[in-house]
Ligand binder design. Structure first.
Ligand code: ATP
Length: 481
């Protein structure tokens, strides 16, 4: 019977004859002629395979002797030993410090048949170490395929998948439609040099920095609630050194029609984040992965979701965050400036440590000054110096920016001409035509956000660098693999 050895219910296989595919983690020496010991790896599970020439026959034995680490074998045999962790090490059943993280049980199999499915080249670099230093990170990225075979790194991308699945589950069950908007666009904002330019059949085109404008157009199509998960591109010079910026990253873009109040949008996103984080921490298929990640990433820590007395994540205003920084954390905080990375990190530590703030790694900062947000952000009706905009902070860094957008055509034209955050924009210009049409045609009141999926994962797992949470990262220096 072909079995999934990495299945959490594998202890039920004890004593049974099973067939499974595995990677050779290492070839262990045996003192006995005609016998070979292999350490096999199936996802996060390690087991010892005892291979006997007589049992598998001459042809298979010849191939078995040439096996190299990272080769793939199909093995048939009896799962004959289940040993608790303490015994396992003493017994030599489990080697290289690798332990079956899911259940702390080690396995051995007496092989009765063995076939080589893929023979790996000898002398591949080894990334199956329990500790990888910062110095090795670039080298790991250069060898990303082998790196992600490491159980801890692999677990990060299982979380990535889980995170996206949970987002989709939440959004679809709340009436959102999944849309796909173009990555090749024809309009940019003058002076914004973070766009990648693209020659396009004799014309100019650019790669999208976000889905925002097309998402708004979809709302003008009466789609009511829309989302998209996809790549965006930014020519961020700072990605050369920043641990939170890349030039290509994945964004969850969300847009929805507002019934009464802009906070409907904020609450929707807050609820989604709680749903996603809780799902990752509590659902059986994900929760065991955290221990696996922690084995290799010392910075990884358990993410805390502290809810207030109403069951919501804490929410403070921009000014209150500035006050905390100034009065409680000793920063020379300037109310006219956005938060620096250091200030966000300090706020993150403060919220995590403070009982009255919910001891949380997740909170919202609401009501940013209008001058810090895009031209189409809706001003706060009670005080237009502020805007109906927010940032979500997770693990001490911004993971999401959201806002109510102006929906009136006339107001939007006015806001473009005034543009509080840059050079004036001309709403009559040809390049704005398609976008402005959505407003001329009558745009519902709406809001939404852009949420960086890689950064969300980085924050959830407490990883040092956003590229650790990105399968094939792109930055100023990196275009491969
Ligand atoms: P930051 O201030 O950190 O540069 P931003 O304000 O430019 O971010 P937005 O334009 O609001 O970011 O983008 C929405 C989200 O996309 C951010 O909250 C963040 O999670 C993510 N993000 C933005 N820029 C990058 C980047 N260069 N690399 C990875 N993720 C990013």
């Amino acid at each position: 019977m072909f079995e999934n050895i990495s299945n959490p219910a594998r202890h039920a296989l004890k004593g049974k004859e099973v067939t499974f595919d595995a990677r050779v983690n290492s070839v262990l020496k045996s003192d006995f002629p005609g016998q070979l010991s292999l350490e096999l790896r199936v996802q996060e599970t390690f087991l010892r395979a005892n291979v006997d020439a007589k049992a598998i026959g001459d042809g298979a034995w010849e191939k078995a002797q040439k096996l190299t680490p990272e080769s793939i074998v199909r093995v048939a045999g009896h799962i004959h030993l289940l040993v608790e962790k303490a015994q396992a090490n003493g017994d030599g059943v489990h080697t290289n410090g690798h332990q079956d993280a899911a259940s702390d049980i080690a396995y051995a199999v007496y092989v009765v048949d063995l076939a080589v499915i893929a023979q790996a080249s000898p002398n591949l670099p080894s990334f199956h170490r329990d500790e990888l230093t910062e110095f090795e990170f670039e080298e790991r990225l250069n060898n990303r395929i082998l790196d992600v075979r490491n159980a801890a790194t692999g677990a990060i991308f299982k979380f990535h998948s889980g995170m996206c699945q949970l987002m989709v589950e939440f959004l679809c069950s709340n009436g959102f439609h999944w849309i796909h908007t173009p990555r090749i666009i024809s309009a940019t904002i003058a002076g914004d040099n973070e766009f990648f330019h693209l020659p396009y059949f004799g014309r100019d085109a650019w790669l999208a920095q976000s889905s925002q404008h097309h998402k708004q157009m979809a709302l003008s199509m009466d789609m009511q609630r829309v989302f998209e998960i996809g790549p965006v591109f930014r020519a961020e010079i700072k990605s050369r050194a920043s641990a939170r910026h890349m030039t290509e990253f994945t964004v969850l873009d969300i847009g929805m029609v507002i019934q009464d109040d802009y906070h409907e949008v904020v609450e929707m996103i807050e609820s989604m984040l709680v749903f996603v984080f809780r799902g990752l921490q509590e659902r059986k298929q994900y929760r065991y992965l955290i221990d696996i990640v922690e084995k290799l990433y010392p910075s990884a820590k358990k993410f805390r979701i502290g809810l207030d007395e109403h069951g919501k994540i804490p929410r403070i205003t921009f000014l209150e965050a500035r006050r905390i920084l100034r009065e409680e954390l000793g920063f020379e905080a300037d109310d006219k400036k956005d938060f620096t990375d250091q200030e966000e990190a300090a706020l993150g530590r403060h919220f995590r440590a403070s009982a009255h703030l919910g001891q949380t790694d997740l909170f919202t900062i609401d009501q940013y000054p209008a001058s810090m947000r895009q031209f189409n952000s809706q001003a706060n009706p009670d005080d237009p110096w502020f805007s109906n905009t927010w940032d979500t902070i997770a693990g001490g860094r911004e993971i999401c920016s959201g806002s109510q957008r102006i929906n009136s055509h006339d107001e939007l034209c006015e806001a473009m001409r005034a543009n509080v955050c840059g050079a004036p924009l001309d709403p009559e210009a040809e390049k704005w035509h398609a976008y402005m049409t959505a407003f001329k045609a009558g745009m519902p009141r709406h809001g939404g956000c852009g949420l960086g999926v890689n950064r969300l994962l980085q924050s959830f797992l407490g990883l040092n660098d956003v590229r650790e949470a990105t399968l094939f990262p792109r930055d100023v220096n990196r275009l491969a693999p």
